[in-house]
Ligand binder design. Sequence first.
Ligand SMILES: Cc1cc2nc3c(=O)[nH]c(=O)nc-3n(C[C@H](O)[C@H](O)[C@H](O)COP(=O)(O)OP(=O)(O)OC[C@H]3O[C@@H](n4cnc5c(N)ncnc54)[C@H](O)[C@@H]3O)c2cc1C
Length: 316
Amino acid sequence: MTQLNETTDIVIVGAGPTGLTAAVRLAQLGVPHVVLDAGAEPSRTSKAALVHASSLEVLAELGVAEALVDAGRRLHSIVMVDRGRVLVRVRLTELPTPFPYGLSVPQSTTEALLVERLARLGGSVRRRSRVDTVRAEGDRQVVEGTVDGAAFAIRARYVIGADGAHSAVRAAVGLDFPGQTYSAQFVLADIALGATQLRDDQATIVLSPQGVTVLGRLPSGNHRIIATVDADADVPEAPDRAYVDALRPYGGRTGVVVAVPDPPPGRRPLPGGCRVPRGRRGAHPQPGGGPGHEHRDRRCLRPRHPPRGGCRGRRA
Ligand SMILES: Cc1cc2nc3c(=O)[nH]c(=O)nc-3n(C[C@H](O)[C@H](O)[C@H](O)COP(=O)(O)OP(=O)(O)OC[C@H]3O[C@@H](n4cnc5c(N)ncnc54)[C@H](O)[C@@H]3O)c2cc1C
């Protein structure tokens, strides 16, 4: 049955870090809104696991930073190494911010804390609600989709498209999404390492002729590894221990001794690339900064600005 009568000020499509951040801010401001997400449940994976100081500053305004910092692991420096030789050491402790470190924390934790905060402010996420399109009707936007197979339509003054890299909102409003794809694949793994020389409070970027490898410790004690492999390399979807052991990027390039659980959890190849909707470049408002994702416009999160830029506020 199609529900046609619902109205609100703002519909947020997507309950990832971006949509949840917008939702908490709107709830703080007392702006009526509805949050829709196609997923049946929140994300359970670590994905964007490094939260930078500027993101923590935004999260502090939302009342989430303290709990997030408690749940995370502080990384005080980022070191770039070339076959054992330190090329660059970036001391995050010298950043002029209340959060002079990078925070290692799974994205699922960030999202869970944002959902909790939203709930304390009286908000919630409507799950299994897939948006198919957005269309203008007079001075309103109509968001149409399905929830558990039943059609819905919600009228709103503004729509915030926070529905990720394959955004239905972006497609519906004809927003361009130009960008380039790196000529490499990135392999991500959260794994248990054996004894290492790595410092727990440091992210390490290892350069080598075989490519780049990034290592950093997660709050669980496991390490996050990101390594480039050839674009045409055949990476299995569910690799076994032998594949991960043989992965040259971290074994050969870093000399780190590893003990990998079988099967290794949380590893998957990502197409590399960084795409920003044209004319929407800005600071990261959300935990992000890695490959294969889009950046959004910080203005969406500022109370003095109406949703625009990376968000979508379209009038007929
Ligand atoms: C495996 C993996 C590893 C990653 N690792 C890193 C990393 O190490 N570092 C890093 O910086 N970044 C990483 N990323 C990228 C990072 O996760 C994204 O940048 C971040 O999630 C973007 O947040 P977002 O809120 O904009 O979108 P998303 O987190 O993608 O959230 C979008 C939400 O919209 C919902 N949605 C989508 N379409 C619809 C629709 N039509 N209707 C309703 N809801 C919809 C989805 O269910 C989802 O909940 C990784 C991503 C993946 C997949």
